[in-house]
Write a protein that binds this ligand. Structure first.
Ligand SMILES: Nc1ncnc2c1ncn2[C@@H]1O[C@H](COP(=O)(O)OP(=O)(O)OP(=O)(O)O)[C@@H](O)[C@H]1O
Ligand SMILES: [Mg+2]
Ligand SMILES: [Zn+2]
Length: 434
C-alpha cells in the first residue's frame, strides 16, 4: 500500500469530550469518525484493524467447532414480549414501527432470536451440543455513550449461544469458550485478566468477564499477584462502592488486608470488559418453550450458554493498553500495517525506488506494509504521523542508501538502528520475534 493510494484523514480537530487516549488517537489518526453521539464510521485504517480482530475471533471460534450464522439486525418486538425481557432491557432497547404499525427492535443482543432459530429445528439430543455465533451489529441506546467506540450506541459484537442436553455438557461448552477467549486475547497480544463476574438476578456461578488491564478502565477488578484469581468488585460484599470512582494511581496504593485463597497478595486494577461468558441454563429455552427429546424420549428444555465479545471495543481497549504521549502502539497482530516505509525525501527518485523494492521484499514474505511516499510532506511530518498512527515499525529510507543502509525505528521504544538493505527481511523478522 502507498500513502498516495489510501484515505487517512489525520486531523488535529477533535471534540473536547475526547479525553481518553484511544478516543483521541483513533480520531486524530483517522481510524474512525463520528456522525452523532455513539455513532461511528470506520475509515480504511479502522476497518483493517476491525477485520484483523474479526478474523482472529472467527478462526478461534471455528476451531472450537462453533458455527457462524448471521441473524437479522431487526427483530420483532413480539420475541421480547415472549421472553419477558422488555422491562429488563429498558431504555437501552431502541424500538420502532414499520409502515403497517408493527413493532420492531434494533438487536441489543440475540438470545430470543437464536432460540427461535433452534426451536423446532433441533429436535433430538443426538444433534446436541451446538454452538451458534455471529459477528454482527448491535444497538444499545446507552444512557451515556462515551469514550468513543469503547461505549458506543451502535457497535460490533461477537455473540455465541450454545445449546446442550445437560448441565455437564453446558459446563464443557463453557470451558471450551473460556479457553477460546484466552487464546483469542493471547493471539491479539493483549494483557488481560479473567475475573468472576456478578451473575446478577440470574444467579449461578457460571459467569466470567475478560478484562483488558488499562488505567482508563471503567471497572475496578481485584486480582491475585500469584495465581489466576480475579474478581469484579461488584461481586465482593465488603467492598466500598466509592472504589469505582478511585483513580487507578490511588487504587494501586490501597493495601488489601484480605489474602487470596492461594495465600497471594491481592491488588486492585482497572479493567475494560471485552468479553463476558455466561451459563444461562434453561432461562430462555423455558421462556420461549424450546425443547428437544432426550435419550429416553422425554421432552427437555435446552441448557444454554451465551458468550459475548466486544469486537469494536477491543480496538479502543488495545490502544488504551498500548500507547504513549505521541500516539498508539499497535500489537503486531492487530496493526493496520506491520511496517511503514518512510521515504525521507519524496522528491528523490532513488529513495522512492529503494522503498518500493523493500516493500516488494516484505510483501513477498507476507509482511503487510505501507510506503509513505508523499512528495510534499517533510520527513518530520511523516515521522509524526508514524508515531500517531502507531505502526509497530518504520523503515526510514534516507541519505544512507548510498552506503546500502536504512534505519529501522521501533515504535514502542522509538529506538533507531541501522540495517543493511540486503538484510532487511531477516532484521525485520528478528524484530518481530523479540
Ligand atoms: N456500548 C457498547 N459499546 C461497545 N461495546 C460494548 C458495549 N456494550 C457492550 N459491549 C461489548 O459487548 C460485550 C458483551 O455484551 P454484554 O451485554 O455482556 O455487555 P455489558 O455487560 O452491557 O457491558 P458493560 O458493562 O460495559 O455495559 C461486552 O463484554 C463488551 O465488550
Ligand atoms: Mg451495558
Ligand atoms: Zn491467588
Amino acid at each position: 500500500m502507498r500513502y498516495t493510494n489510501i484515505f487517512i484523514p489525520t486531523t488535529k480537530e477533535i471534540p473536547s469530550d475526547a479525553v481518553l487516549p484511544s478516543h483521541k488517537y483513533l480520531l486524530k489518526a483517522g481510524f474512525v469518525c463520528s456522525t452523532g453521539s455513539g455513532l461511528y464510521d470506520y475509515l480504511p485504517l479502522g476497518k483493517i484493524v476491525l477485520d484483523n480482530i474479526k478474523n482472529i475471533v472467527k478462526n478461534n471460534m471455528d476451531k472450537a467447532k462453533a458455527n457462524e450464522i448471521s441473524l437479522s439486525f431487526v427483530t420483532p418486538l413480539k420475541l421480547w414480549e415472549q421472553s419477558g425481557r422488555i422491562e429488563d432491557m429498558g431504555q437501552e432497547m431502541l424500538k420502532f414501527k414499520d409502515r403497517h404499525q408493527n413493532n420492531f427492535v434494533l438487536s441489543p443482543t440475540n438470545e430470543e432470536a437464536v432460540v427461535t432459530v433452534v426451536k423446532n429445528r433441533i429436535k433430538s439430543y443426538k444433534h446436541l451440543p451446538v454452538n451458534l455465533y455471529q459477528i454482527n451489529t448491535k444497538f444499545r441506546d446507552e444512557v451515556r455513550p462515551r469514550f468513543g467506540i469503547l461505549r458506543a450506541r451502535e457497535f460490533l459484537m461477537k455473540d455465541a449461544y450454545s445449546f446442550s442436553d445437560s448441565q455437564e455438557c453446558l459446563q464443557q461448552q463453557f470451558d471450551i469458550m473460556e479457553t477460546t477467549y484466552k487464546n483469542i486475547l493471547n493471539e491479539m497480544g493483549l494483557k488481560y485478566k479473567v475475573v468472576k463476574a456478578d451473575s446478577g438476578a440470574i444467579g449461578g456461578d457460571g459467569s466470567l468477564e475478560f478484562h483488558i488491564v488499562a488505567n482508563s478502565g471503567e471497572d475496578t477488578i481485584v486480582v491475585c499477584m500469584d495465581c489466576e484469581f480475579g474478581a469484579n468488585i461488584e461481586t465482593m460484599e465488603d467492598i466500598d462502592d466509592k472504589l469505582n470512582e478511585t483513580p487507578y494511581n490511588e487504587l494501586e496504593n490501597i493495601n488489601i488486608q484480605q489474602k487470596c485463597s492461594c495465600g497471594g497478595k491481592l491488588v486492585f486494577k482497572k479493567g475494560i470488559e471485552v468479553g463476558h461468558i455466561f451459563q444461562l441454563k434453561d432461562k430462555y429455552s423455558k421462556a420461549l418453550d424450546a425443547t428437544f427429546l432426550d435419550s429416553n424420549g422425554k421432552q427437555q428444555h435446552f441448557m444454554m450458554g451465551c458468550y459475548g465479545m466486544g469486537i469494536s471495543r477491543i480496538i479502543a481497549a488495545a490502544v488504551e493498553q498500548n500507547h504513549d504521549d505521541k500516539g498508539a502502539i499497535w500489537p503486531l497482530n492487530l496493526t493496520p500495517y506491520k511496517v511503514c516505509i518512510i521515504v525521507s525525501n519524496g522528491k528523490d527518485n532513488t529513495q522512492q525506488k529503494v522503498a518500493t523494492d523493500i516493500s516488494n521484499t516484505l510483501e513477498k514474505a507476507g509482511i503487510s506494509n505501507i510506503i509513505d511516499d508523499r512528495v510534499k510532506e517533510r520527513f518530520g511530518f511523516k515521522m509524526a504521523d508514524f508515531e500517531l498512527i502507531g505502526y509497530p515499525y518504520a523503515i526510514v529510507v534516507g541519505k544512507n542508501i548510498a552506503d546500502g543502509k536504512v534505519e529501522i525505528v521501533d515504535r514502542k521504544t522509538l529506538e533507531k538502528s541501522i540495517c543493511d538493505i540486503d538484510k532487511i527481511l531477516e532484521t525485520v523478522l528478528s524484530n518481530f520475534n523479540t
